[in-house]
Structure formats: structure tokens, C-alpha cells
Write a protein that binds this ligand. Structure first.
Ligand SMILES: [Zn+2]
Length: 219
């Protein structure tokens, strides 16, 4: 082998460390896409209306950032403001007296305990931080589980895109105790499906892990 051909062969051989580095880079990108922290175009994925927040799924992982607006003196994400207004109006029209007790709660308020949800939720793991959850009580002050408001919401909230987020007997799935006052906005299509199937948001997200999966429901 002449010195010239030898040099050529060395140039063609890629250093093993470079190969390892490239492999690691590809693996990291695949992992990020798989975890949906970054979509394939390289942008950060914003959480969708079905963004899952529970004791195992932190608010920061869910990635939903609310744009706040006010409904009946409480802040909520703008995506659910009109449906919430409509739902409370329809509940009153049906002869009940709902009161919006809690909407959005900031991380800081949760940490300091200055604003509290009706249910015990840890800072960083509360749906109230994404502005898509509300606590609705009955002005009559009757038992939240059996009040007229609770019964009406249980039957009708789905039509406005809200679900009873922590139903009775679903503690293992949701990680939260039965909370008849706590409603979560997920959008009309998902709420209809969840109500029809009688499942939790956890079970729904498992069924339709892909956010872009079309949910078809005939009213
Ligand atoms: Zn709540």
C-alpha cells in the first residue's frame, strides 16, 4: 500500500466516537418525540385540551399553558370560558343555584395555600393550574354529592365539554378521592365520549393516546 492510499483509507474511516455521538443524538431526538416534548418539526408541543394532570403527571409535563380570562369573578382558560358560562346559565335555568367556587389557581397560590381547591391537590399536580378545572358548589349548601347542582352537572356537563373528573369508585384510576364539585373541561367531543363510555380521563387518554385521533360521536 502506497502512503497515499493509506491516507485515503484513514480518511474514509469514521472515528467510533463520532458514530456513538451520532447514535446518541438520534436516540435523544427519538425519545423527545416519543415523549412528545418536541414534535418532529422540532417545536415544543403544547398540551391539548385533554392534557393529563394527576398525581403522577405533573402540570409541567402536561404542558398546557392557560390564557386566562374571567367568568363570574374567577379566572379560567379562555377555551372553556364560554362553555362554562353556558353551562352555569343552563343549570340556573333548570332551577338550581350553582356557584363557581374555584377556577384557575397559580402555582404560587397553591404553594402558599392562599387559594385552595375543594379537593386536596398538591402544587405542581393540580388541574386548577392549567385553568381547565373548576369547582362548582350548590348555593343551597346541601351535601355536594347529592345536591341538585351536583346531580344536574353529572347528567349535563358533558354537553358543554366538561367531565366529572374524579367520579366515585375511580380513585385507583384518577389518584384522587371522589370530588362531586370538580369539573374538567376537555372539549365537547372528548366529554361526550368519556360520558358515553363511563370512563375516566386517564382511561380515555390511554385509549386515544394519539392526540390527533379523531373522536366521532353522533349526538
Ligand atoms: Zn377542583
Amino acid at each position: 500500500m502506497s502512503p497515499k492510499t493509506h491516507a485515503k483509507a484513514a480518511r474514509r474511516r469514521v472515528h467510533p466516537i463520532v458514530i456513538v455521538l451520532i447514535l446518541l443524538l438520534v436516540l435523544a431526538l427519538v425519545a423527545l418525540v416519543a415523549l412528545r416534548l418536541v414534535d418532529w418539526r422540532g417545536q415544543r408541543v403544547e398540551g391539548t385540551l385533554t392534557a393529563l394532570v394527576n398525581p403522577w403527571n405533573a402540570v409541567d409535563v402536561a404542558g398546557y399553558r392557560p390564557t386566562l380570562t374571567e367568568v363570574e369573578g374567577k379566572q379560567v382558560d379562555q377555551s372553556c370560558a364560554q362553555p362554562l358560562t353556558n353551562m352555569l346559565g343552563a343549570c340556573r335555568a333548570a332551577g338550581h343555584a350553582p356557584t363557581l367556587s374555584v377556577g384557575y389557581i397559580s402555582r404560587e397560590d397553591l404553594e402558599k395555600g392562599t387559594v385552595k381547591a375543594q379537593e386536596a391537590a398538591e402544587a405542581g399536580f393540580s388541574e386548577h393550574e392549567i385553568g381547565l378545572a373548576v369547582d362548582i358548589l350548590d348555593q343551597s349548601g346541601s351535601d355536594p354529592a347529592s345536591s341538585g347542582v351536583a346531580a344536574w352537572l353529572r347528567d349535563n356537563a358533558w354537553e358543554y365539554g366538561f367531565i366529572l373528573r374524579y367520579p366515585q369508585g375511580s380513585e385507583e384510576s384518577t389518584g384522587m378521592a371522589y370530588s362531586p364539585w370538580h369539573y374538567r373541561y376537555v372539549g365537547e367531543a372528548a366529554a361526550a365520549q368519556i360520558q358515553q363510555l363511563g370512563i375516566t380521563l386517564e382511561e380515555y387518554v390511554n385509549m386515544f393516546y394519539n392526540d390527533s385521533a379523531a373522536v366521532v360521536f353522533e349526538r
